[in-house]
Write a protein that binds this ligand. Structure first.
Ligand code: ZN
Length: 410
């Protein structure tokens, strides 16, 4: 609905700037690059190739086809995944083989080293759940930078890269796993190599790099329990079933709840309307019922948020995330440490919570125009667009609500 930094750079240079997105996930590539991007490339799990859309072009550039022909994914599968350092040196994680970790590579593969050879030509998706998904993405980003001559012209170009394997590995094994520690150690090396590549191709001090994340993550509830810390599971799928059978009894509406997404209950408005049921009364009934769930801290109708006693931080965040035609009707706030049941339900973890462990994310600026230092002042992901556009002297994106992080700029 709104412009991106890339769109604003394109507008400011009458579309002479080049903007390109690269990510394993389609959305991770398309959304940061923007509406007017020259291209967005993502990874097709059915073929193991980098692809794009006819929205941008009708044929892949030769350099993309050439890179696809190398089928790098098979090389990573060939190698398998072992820790990059001796496993005993992984002091920031719990021991391997915990039963609250998922087993994405098969029930028989419960610990390092993981064999991946068997997935060659059969399963191109699983590379995402290894650190090599990031390595592969940065290889593609390097190819884009080089072949599209980004940073070589007179205008500012932008390369947007999303590194999703940290997310896949984190969801599967949890933040305290050796798998996650190894993924970050390898990402650090990969980013180092990528920065050296930028120095060589674009020039030291000739580019600005910023890095952030879309979320932190909750610890796996099994890990929390093991260590006497508060936490647990909230099973959404069961709640939908129970709510729908109870609402049918009380309000005579079939399938009154259409779903629960991101801790919001979506009501089936057409079913409620055609049954002539009282939606307000139904919402009040749901609130009362869900409040009894042991995982739930607070539940309320989103339309009633102004009259709901919430801490101001939470209130601001929930209101910022509200959009009438897309948001749900009833908001569920879980107790800290609780998450919706993810995957099999007992293993792995997820996000979507207001709490610091989930909402606190890194924000790094580096290179041209950036002052060395750090700040503990509270800044937000929405401040990045304001800061980068101020640095470039271009307009802020059309939905920008952030403020310039002045401490970062020379
Ligand atoms: Zn995620």
């Amino acid at each position: 609905m709104v412009t991106t930094i890339g769109d604003e750079i394109r507008l400011a240079t009458n579309f002479r700037s080049k903007v390109i997105g690269v990510a394993l996930k389609d959305r991770g590539s398309i959304l940061p690059a923007g509406h007017s991007a020259n291209a967005a490339y993502w990874y097709d799990v059915t073929t193991g190739n980098w692809i794009t859309s006819t929205y941008y072009m009708n044929n892949l550039p030769k350099w993309v086809s050439d890179l696809n022909a190398k089928k790098l994914v098979n090389e990573y599968y060939e190698q398998g995944w072992n820790t990059t350092y001796p496993i005993a040196s992984y002091t920031q994680s719990t021991s391997d083989e915990k039963d609250y970790e998922n087993k994405p590579f098969g029930a028989d593969q419960t610990k390092f080293p993981y064999s991946l050879k068997q997935f060659e030509g059969k399963n191109y998706q699983l590379i995402a759940t290894t650190p090599f998904g990031n390595t592969m993405t940065l290889e593609m980003a390097k190819a884009a930078l080089d072949n599209e001559q980004l940073g070589k012209g007179t205008e500012t170009d932008m390369l947007c890269v999303s590194l999703s394997s940290t997310d896949y590995v984190g969801h599967s094994f949890g933040p305290n796993s050796i798998e996650t520690e190894d993924t970050y150690l390898r990402l650090d090396k990969d980013l180092g190599a990528f920065i050296s590549y930028l120095d060589e191709k674009v020039g030291v001090g000739q580019y600005t790099l910023f890095l952030s994340a879309d979320h932190g993550v909750a610890h796996v509830p099994g890990f929390m329990k093991e260590n006497k810390l508060p936490g647990g599971l909230f099973v959404e799928s069961e709640l939908i079933k129970t709510l729908n059978s109870k609402l049918k009894e009380v309000f005579l509406v079939d399938k009154a709840v259409s779903g629960i997404l991101n801790y919001q209950i979506h009501l089936n408005h057409s079913a409620i309307d055609s049954a002539n049921a009282d939606e307000k009364a139904m919402a009040a009934w749901i609130v009362k019922y869900v409040q009894q769930n042991e995982a739930v801290s607070q539940v309320f109708s989103l339309k009633d948020i102004a009259n709901t006693p919430l801490n101001t931080k939470m209130k601001d965040m929930l209101i910022n995330g509200y959009y009438p035609t897309r948001s749900g009707d009833i908001q569920i706030v879980l107790k800290p440490g609780y998450i919706e049941a993810y995957g099999s339900g007992k293993a792995g973890t997820t996000h979507g919570l207001w709490a610091p462990y989930d909402a606190h994310i890194p924000c790094l600026f580096y290179g041209w125009g950036i002052k060395q230092g750090h700040t503990n002042k509270e800044t937000y992901m929405t401040d990045i667009a304001a800061t980068i556009t101020a640095l470039l002297h271009v307009q802020m994106p059309s939905g920008c609500i952030g403020k310039v992080v002045d401490e970062a700029l020379k």
